[in-house]
Design a protein around this ligand. Structure first.
Ligand code: F6P
Length: 529
């Protein structure tokens, strides 16, 4: 058994054996039929169930919860000693037990001088030095001082990576398009050769910079794409030109060297940063190149703001903790299987894809911290798309289907270009959808509506199809404005939600052995060909 052989950095508590779980089960049985519409008869509900943190407002009033639900869920978090787990993560204990690693993406964005020790050594100086390297390199490329092999400045950046080495930077670059400079960013990830071919079509080797991002530098997709692009580049240039056009982000210096990349062009990665939490490290180089180092730093600062909130705020007011607990309430008590993430900003169209890896690779586990098979549900399935487009796509099912799908609605008070007519309509839809989900439309209302529209003869045949049951939960996550800082805060909020859920479910969120078997079999099949 794991705990006999390893130092257990995290406590090992089956949540279903706690007193709080028992109380929650009783509470659920007594209250499972509560209706959000009835709860809203209390006029102060929205105010009472809103959490404010600077430019962020999280309204959880449209959930099937009472004050007692929250206090029992918080009791559960206390009983599994979430506080201890949070402290252990931030202070650099080996909480990724199965891989024997610390989990320190929070240290990457920290502005404090407080040392964080890994194997007895403070890692803060290496983080600062990597940030200085990112800043100086980004400045040179953006200003045009960095020249390609024919003396021209760089116009295009190609990020070559997959999973955490692609999804994070790609999502952030897309989300911060408004803040983007003159460089054009491309992301190659799939081993499907048509992906890289389509991108190659758009490139000029003289003015393209390739950023190969791979923590291990062994990932089949990334190395294949990098080799293809190197060969394409070498059709016009020579191997002596590679240093001007290829840089790498990796922990595997030997492999980077044998690929032919100059030592000076290697940006560090560390084992204490998980791939899907790595955009805050040099994996974010493409972000800094795309929006400039100052904006990149602001992204990190926003994430740090959320880190401090998560680490220091009482669970009752702690946004990531409350969101995680609500998710557990629906997943483990109401047996909801999925959650939707619905950003009302076209800029955030890649957020659901990014969160799928972050959430599902982390918490898609069926074995607990004891190594035993789990008898309760873990890992939520997350999916989504942007409003208002999705209203014309899958929202029918969310409103009237048979499944319970809790949804996060992410919105902004201000738009970036200031087209106020558009923004008013966008936000009317944002609130309209949440109201429709929560309050629905009763038989009586449909009846009256049909009567007043002169369709009295259709009442009998149409009424059941036009009824909206309502009572469908949502969280309103509202920021003042989409900025690098608020985006950092949003992403860190989800990261902490993930860890909180992993702790509550008694699983290890930071390994991903489930992706290995498919890789192995693909390799075998390839050899056999
Ligand atoms: O899909 C598995 C995985 O290990 C992810 O966790 C990681 O983000 C991705 O592969 C890429 O790995 P690397 O950065 O080592 O190429």
């Amino acid at each position: 058994m794991l705990q006999k052989n390893k130092k257990m950095a995290l406590k090992n508590i089956n949540p279903t054996t706690t007193n709080a779980w028992q109380k929650l089960t009783d509470h659920f049985n007594e209250n499972k039929d509560i209706n959000i519409k009835d709860l809203y008869k209390n006029e102060s509900r929205q105010k009472d169930f809103s959490l404010e943190f600077g430019d962020l407002l999280v309204d959880i009033s449209k959930n099937r919860i009472t004050r007692e639900t929250i206090s029992l869920l918080v009791e559960l978090a206390k009983e599994v000693d979430l506080k201890d787990a949070i402290e252990k993560q931030f202070s650099g204990e080996v909480i990724n037990v199965t891989e024997g690693r610390e989990v320190l993406h929070t240290a990457l964005r920290s502005n404090s001088d407080e040392p964080v020790l890994v194997e007895g050594k403070n890692i803060k100086p290496q983080i600062q030095s990597a940030l200085r390297k990112i800043r100086s390199f980004s400045n040179k490329v953006i200003s045009g001082k960095w020249k390609g092999y024919t003396g021209k400045s760089i116009t295009d950046i190609v990020n070559i990576g997959i999973g955490g080495s692609d999804l994070g930077p790609d999502m952030i670059v897309e989300s911060l398009q408004f803040y983007k400079n003159q460089l054009t960013s491309h992301f190659v990830s799939n081993v499907d050769g048509d992906h890289v071919s389509e991108i190659m079509k758009k490139l000029n080797p003289e003015t393209t910079l390739f950023v190969i991002v791979s923590k291990t530098f062994t990932t089949q997709e990334t190395i294949t794409n990098a080799e293809t692009l190197k060969n394409w580049f070498l059709k016009s240039a020579t191997i002596f030109d590679i240093p001007k056009h290829f840089v790498a982000v990796s922990t595997n210096l030997e492999a980077v060297d044998s690929f032919g990349i100059d030592k000076a062009n290697v940006f560090p990665m560390w084992n204490w940063v998980g791939g899907r939490f790595s955009l805050w490290s040099a994996v974010g180089l493409s972000i800094s190149l795309s929006v400039g180092f100052e904006n990149y730093r602001a992204l990190l600062d926003g994430a740090e703001e959320m880190d401090l909130h998560y680490r220091n705020t009482d669970f009752n007011e702690n946004i990531p903790v409350i969101l995680a607990l609500l998710s557990i309430w629906y997943n483990n008590f109401y047996e909801a299987e999925t959650e939707a993430v619905l950003p009302y900003s076209q800029y955030l169209k890649k957020l659901p894809d990014y969160l799928q890896q972050a959430i599902m690779e982390s918490n898609g586990k069926g074995v607990d911290r004891n190594g035993d098979k789990i008898e309760y549900q873990t890992g939520t399935i997350v999916w989504g798309s942007t409003g208002t487009n999705m209203q014309h796509a899958f929202m029918q099912l969310v409103h009237q289907g048979t499944k319970l799908i809790p949804a996060d609605f992410i919105g902004y008070k201000e738009s970036l270009y200031g087209l106020s007519d558009h923004h008013k309509k966008l936000m009317a839809n944002y609130y309209g959808q949440m109201d429709a989900l929560a309050f629905g439309k009763s038989k009586e209302e449909v009846h009256l509506e049909l009567k007043f529209s002169g369709d009295t003869d259709k009442i009998a045949s149409l009424l059941p199809f036009k009824v909206f049951e309502g009572n469908r939960p949502s969280n309103a996550i509202l920021f003042d404005k989409l900025t690098p800082r608020s985006l950092g805060k949003l992403v860190a909020m989800y990261e902490h939600k993930i860890y909180t859920q992993g702790i509550l479910w008694n699983i290890y969120s930071y390994d991903q052995f489930g992706v290995e078997l498919g890789k192995e079999l693909a390799k075998k099949l390839l050899k056999a060909q």
